[in-house]
Design a protein around this ligand. Structure first.
Ligand code: AMP
Length: 122
């Protein structure tokens, strides 16, 4: 799948639409989800143009991958989530129900999250 420059996170990265920013560095931007599912719901995205986790894990440089995951851990820590814990999730592709085609981690926390996910029955 080719990267779509008009996806909403690309527009946020270009500053064309606002976000409620939590963190930014050379490789990473993090901001609050516009429709939070939990008390803390932050999205962590790479600045590079990667469609999905599959694309990022194959194509990103070592510096981007290391920077991304170090930043994600720091963001969770700085949000005060390390004590009680949290969940990270990367919806990927059609079965993963990924809506925005720019790789992102969801960071959920601030409350008990229950056990794993509830997929539709097969
Ligand atoms: P996904 O289904 O994993 O692609 O999730 C996309 C997420 O992006 C959803 O949780 C949306 O609420 C969130 N989202 C969409 N537009 C924005 C926006 N402009 N600012 C912040 N979050 C957004």
């Amino acid at each position: 799948m080719a990267y779509d420059d008009n996806n909403i996170f690309a527009k946020i990265l270009r500053g064309e639409i606002p976000c409620n920013k939590v963190y930014e560095d050379d490789h990473v931007l993090a901001f609050h989800d516009i429709q939070p599912q939990t008390k803390v719901h932050v999205l962590v995205i790479p600045k590079g143009a990667y469609v999905s986790f599959a694309d990022f894990s194959e194509q990103a440089s070592e510096a981007e991958i290391t920077g991304f995951f170090r930043a994600a851990g720091k963001i969770a820590k700085d949000l005060g989530l390390n004590g009680d814990g949290y969940r990270i999730l990367a919806n990927t592709g059609a079965h993963g129900h990924q809506e925005v085609p720019h790789f992102h981690l969801h960071l959920f926390g601030g409350q008990p999250l229950g056990r794993m996910i509830k997929p539709p029955r097969v």
